[in-house]
Design a binder for this molecule. Structure first.
Ligand code: HEC
Length: 152
């Protein structure tokens, strides 16, 4: 019993201590001239879908949920945001070259269609990201049209 108590005590101490490890949640400023939805003048309905379902991890406009302030969950959230931005950052769309844009659009279509994006774990806590099939189709059509007309 003594050992159990000790383990519990030190676990709590460790849990308390890791809360002090700083995490950078400051968003970089967004340049409107490079921001996907601004540059593309995305229609409002689609803009809401993309911003509501993708922008938390794929832009510099991340809104961190409450659970993102509790370590070690916060570490996982931040790493998803970092990784998401590394792959695709809508805020700097204007700085991408044509090849990268084309590649990202086709990947976005794939991931939305096969439901790997938005990340399934994220959907649980973000209703607006739980896209219906109709909403997925709308988003896919929008990206497809852009690809076809090469207007990216
Ligand atoms: C909770 C965070 C999160 C959300 C929300 C999210 N993504 Fe992602 N996304 C990631 C991460 C992390 C990666 C990189 C790892 C991976 O591919 O799974 C990624 C990768 C991608 C990639 C690149 C895939 C590749 O093979 O290079 C595309 C495209 C993408 N996401 C599109 C989207 C779209 C479109 C949405 C909205 C409908 C979205 N994501 C929502 C976290 C997210």
């Amino acid at each position: 019993m003594k050992t159990v108590k000790k383990v519990l005590f030190w676990t709590l101490v460790a849990f308390a201590l890791i809360q002090f490890i700083p995490i950078d949640r400051v968003n970089k400023p967004v340049d409107k001239a490079a921001n996907f939805v601004e540059v593309k003048k995305t229609p409002e309905k689609i803009r809401d879908l993309i911003k509501g379902a993708c922008y938390d991890c794929h832009s510099n406009e991340t809104v961190y949920p409450k659970y993102a302030y509790l370590a070690p969950i916060s570490w996982s959230v931040k790493s998803h945001v970092n990784e998401g931005r590394e792959h695709l950052n809508f805020s700097i769309w204007g700085t991408y070259n044509q090849e990268l844009k084309e590649n990202m659009l086709s990947k976005a279509i794939q991931t939305v269609q096969n439901k790997t994006m938005p990340m399934p774990g994220y959907i649980v806590y973000h209703k607006e990201a739980n896209l219906s099939d109709a909403e997925r189709t709308l988003m896919v059509q929008y990206f497809e049209e852009m690809l076809k007309s090469k207007s990216y």
